[in-house]
Ligand binder design. Structure first.
Ligand code: PRX
Length: 650
């Protein structure tokens, strides 16, 4: 098996059956799985019709004539902002759409009526600047309500948006604006982050000095420092909407019209403009948001603590929750400002019932210690979710016990920018969970773990994750590069979608996503996933976070090099070094024992919180460090490199 797949080393025996109250009341039951297994196109058609309001109902679910350029609901017509707003107003316009909390402590309560008014006005504002159906508007903002308002206003008039994460540099703006051909850029004067101002407008000025394309820049006043406004080009948001009418008819869009582009920040190659269209995407996010989070729109206070600049925010802060008429919390700043209990104080204040966050955040909470959540009453929580990376079983248990009070199911949701919505996840009330496993595909999604030949691995095997049938919220292509779309996702296993992740398939048929296949190590001919060794390290009580990479080794091809951050007051020492190596050997076997362990206060991470193993490989192999501009914490890399040199000298 090791020749063709990936070793299956980590054993996890803890099983959490669905809780009785979820079994009794959950939105989704085994029947949904059965219905989808029988006729998945009919199943998705039913979701599309029942969950969305169409100007013209679709009659065809899937068109696969020109695979892999699949189309969904292609003769349907709808408008996304109409689905998120208008249709809720008669009976539920007073309902809160967002409880918004600014980092400095200011607050706004925004009802569906308020949101609709602002979206209509801004949509008219966009038109007054000459934005037309079919244009692509660039958006570079902080986490303020005007961000979803801008996205919905684009959708209302049939313009696509391209949201650029507010932590990126001017370079990223220029690349994305030029790739998409955007003529309008929407930004803020600045964004609050850990008590300081991120000068967003300044980055836009720099970007606009390097590209001719931008004709107008709309600026939200948020942080109120002086910014330069160029006459004729730059306009304040509040001036633009001051005299606009508060009604703007929603464009009737075809289901396959472009809703947005979102660039995946490749660390080496040119970013890919992932294309999501209207009807299929909205069907996918509305369905998954209701099924996976078991959303009860009448009583839940839902909080996805991601940034709208990532796909998680697009699908599960904006489009899914609003389509489902949910009440959400939206928070502007960082979880440690003014103190490390900010999230927990917000949960207690608003009675949040559903929390969705990332493993990297959970590992930070573990490192900070339980005293922070213990300061607040978290008893309103009833369901927890994670996304973005494999969650180490120990982090899962910590989340379960210290945040969920042992009573909340955890949905570990696997998906990607490309998939648009959640693909593999427990369904509360149906799926028994295992810490660290995303479990099984949701109804209507079909996945298999295969070996290098494309043959499904047996129970207990490891290999490559593939999706075997198209799905409504899938990407339609890479903007301007159909060939790259086909070669990246559809060529390695013809007829299947290849997401680029390794996975194992356990004895019970559960899927464990192990991370990107580039992160697999090869030790003496055994393919070992970085995630399994990291999880073994994190299961030691002194360890908060671990990253391992394969360092070049004359003897074994690659040797495992580990980088470890410690919890609370723990200190690195020779004894702990040996203890941790032995701990890994005990947990998963001697083959996976790290050759070296370096203790470090932090690990290099991308701005979305993913560990950058590529840089750690460079350090281990004493290569010149690659590009660090996409890092959230670039200074940590040199510190680790210095420690590596010291370690090697010892
Ligand atoms: O490697 C998988 C990992 O994140 C990748 C997708 O990243 P991105 O497009 O930035 O989207 C993140 C938010 C959806 C995947 O290919 N990933 C995401 N969720 C999980 C995960 N790995 C393991 N378990 C997950 N739950």
């Amino acid at each position: 098996m090791s020749e063709s797949g990936i070793e299956n080393l980590l054993q996890e025996d803890r099983l959490f059956p669905p809780l009785a109250d979820f079994v009794a009341t959950a939105n989704t039951t085994q029947d949904h799985f059965d219905e989808a297994a029988e006729d998945y196109e009919a199943y998705w058609m039913r979701q599309a019709r029942e969950r969305l309001s169409w100007f013209k109902e679709p009659t065809v679910a899937l068109n696969d004539e020109n695979a892999p350029f699949y189309k969904w609901f292609e003769d349907g017509e709808l408008n996304v902002s109409y689905n998120c707003l208008d249709r809720h107003l008669d009976a539920g316009g007073d309902k809160v759409a967002y409880h918004w909390i600014g980092e400095p402590g200011d607050k706004r309560t925004i009802t569906y009526n308020d949101l609709a008014t602002e979206v209509n006005k801004f949509a008219n504002g966009l038109k007054s600047l000459g934005v037309e159906r079919g244009d692509t508007v660039a958006i570079y903002m902080g986490m303020v309500p005007e961000l979803p308002i801008a996205m919905l206003a684009c959708a209302r008039i049939g313009a696509a948006h391209s949201v650029i994460f507010g932590g990126f540099s001017a370079d990223a703006i220029v690349d994305r604006v030029e790739d998409a051909g955007s003529k309008l850029l929407i930004t803020c004067d600045g964004a609050w982050r850990r008590g300081t101002i991120v000068p967003l407008k300044e980055s836009c000025d720099e970007a606009m000095s390097r590209t001719e394309l931008i004709e107008n820049c709309v600026v939200v006043r948020r942080t109120e420092q002086d910014v330069s406004m160029q006459d004729g080009r730059d306009v304040w948001w509040h001036d633009l909407i001051a005299d606009q009418a508060d009604t703007c008819a929603p464009e009737h869009m075809n289901a396959e019209d472009l809703l947005y582009l979102l660039y995946t920040s490749g660390t080496t190659a040119k970013p890919k403009g992932i294309m999501h269209t209207t009807g299929g995407y909205l069907t996918g996010v509305a369905t998954t948001h209701s099924q996976v989070f078991d959303l009860k729109p009448g009583s839940d206070v839902y909080w996805c603590a991601a940034d709208v600049g990532w796909v998680t925010g697009h699908s599960y802060i904006v489009y899914g929750p609003l389509t489902n008429h949910a009440t959400s919390v939206m928070y502007e700043g960082t979880p440690d400002f003014p103190d490390k209990d900010r999230l927990w104080s917000i949960i207690a204040e608003y009675g949040v019932t559903i929390l969705y966050t990332a493993p990297t955040a959970i590992r930070a909470f573990m490192k900070w210690g339980v005293e922070y959540p213990e300061r607040h009453d978290l008893s309103s929580l009833r369901l927890l979710g994670t996304v973005g990376e494999p969650i180490n079983p120990e982090a899962w248990m910590w989340y379960h016990e210290n945040i969920g009070g042992g009573r909340c199911p955890i949905v570990d949701t696997w998906w990607q920018t490309e998939t648009g919505g959640i693909m593999i996840s427990p369904i509360p009330g149906v799926t028994a969970t295992k810490p660290g496993s995303a479990t099984k595909p949701i109804p209507g999604i079909f996945a298999e773990v295969v070996d290098t030949e494309g043959d499904p691995v047996p129970l207990g095997g490891g290999g490559f994750l593939t999706i075997t049938k198209p799905w409504p919220s899938m990407l339609r292509s890479i903007y301007g590069d159909d060939d790259r779309y086909v070669s990246t996702y559809w060529s390695r296993y013809p007829g299947r979608y290849f997401p680029g992740d390794g996975a194992k398939f356990d004895e019970n048929g559960y899927i464990w996503v192990l991370g990107r296949v580039d992160d697999v190590m090869n030790v003496s001919g055994h393919r070992i996933s970085t995630m399994e060794v990291e999880s073994a390290l994190v299961s030691h009580p002194s360890v908060a976070e671990a990253a391992v990479v394969g360092a070049t080794d004359d003897l074994t091809g690659q040797a495992i090099a580990a980088f470890v951050t410690l919890r609370g007051d723990a200190q690195g020492s020779d004894e702990l070094h040996e203890e941790l190596r032995q701990h890994v050997a005990d947990k998963i076997g001697a083959i996976a024992k790290p050759k070296s362990i370096i203790f470090t206060p932090d690990l290099p991470k991308t701005r979305s919180g993913k560990i950058m193993r590529r840089l750690l490989r460079d350090i281990s192999d004493h290569r010149a460090l690659g590009d660090v501009t996409t890092l959230a914490n670039a200074d940590v890399v040199q510190a680790i490199a210095d420690q590596q040199t010291e370690y090697d000298d010892d």
